[in-house]
Design a protein around this ligand. Structure first.
Ligand SMILES: C[S@@+](CC[C@H](N)C(=O)[O-])C[C@H]1O[C@@H](n2cnc3c(N)ncnc32)[C@H](O)[C@@H]1O
Length: 215
């Protein structure tokens, strides 16, 4: 009985760390995310699906250790990459990983929550979030606000690789359907789901901000 309760407490603490890494444990969590093979594959894959062009302006929400930011900076070589994450530990790790691009003013990372979006001087071409939307306080509201930052025809990609114990392809499919519904309800159009065959698989839902700005 006692050991079950203890196990539950440990799991809750670990999940919390992935939702907002902090302290020494948070640094370890960031290191794990940066070096786990499936995490690296997942982030590179999502960026490749977004098909970012050299002069584009892109925002990532919840960049963690900054793997996708690095790949975005490589692709948007004449553009600009913005990122927000509400974990100071992650901002430090991602800033270290992307130091050269930050110095070159091609990448700008801020410590902020998705419910306090930064003001940007020009509309964005694309927005992404990888294994992050599940932690947002009010995803429906935040997706509508994010749509407001995109140019007409701009793209969004939301990805999920469920990390709960016993997650299977069904868990991923359910997560993909939920993201698809959320994006459609927030007024995005042309939503389509892609799957990467990892264990468990990753679902990435891509959608577009309609050209007339209306749902
Ligand atoms: C599981 S990690 C994924 C990190 C990274 N996207 C990856 O796939 O390697 C979730 C990240 O989202 C961030 N996050 C969670 N809720 C957030 C919020 N409300 N605003 C900004 N970032 C958030 C966390 O701090 C964490 O870095």
């Amino acid at each position: 009985m006692k050991s079950k309760a203890l196990k539950r407490r440990v799991i809750t603490r670990v999940v919390r760390q992935f939702g907002r890494p902090h302290g020494v444990t948070g640094r370890v969590v960031g290191w794990v995310m940066a070096h786990r093979g499936s995490n690296r594959q997942r982030n590179l894959w999502v960026v490749s699906l977004l098909d970012v062009q050299p002069a584009e302006r892109v925002l990532e929400i919840g960049f963690g250790p900054g793997l996708a930011i690095a790949e975005l900076a490589r692709r948007a070589s004449r553009g600009r990459v913005y990122g927000i994450d509400h974990s100071e530990v992650m901002v430090r790790q991602a800033s270290k990983r992307n130091a050269a691009a930050i110095r070159a003013q091609r990448v700008e990372l801020r410590c902020a929550s998705v419910d306090r979006l930064p003001r940007l001087d020009e509309p964005l071409d694309a927005i992404l979030a990888v294994n992050s939307a599940g932690f947002w306080p009010s995803p429906a509201e935040q997706l509508s606000e994010l749509r407001g930052l995109l140019r007409p025809g701009g793209r969004v990609a939301l990805a999920s690789q469920p990390r709960c114990a016993g997650a299977t392809a069904d868990t991923t499919a359910r997560a993909g359907r939920e993201l698809h519904d959320r994006l459609t309800q927030a007024g995005f159009t042309q939503a389509r789901t892609e799957t990467l065959d990892l264990n468990p698989p990753v679902a990435c839902v891509l959608a577009t901000n309609p050209a007339n700005g209306q749902p």
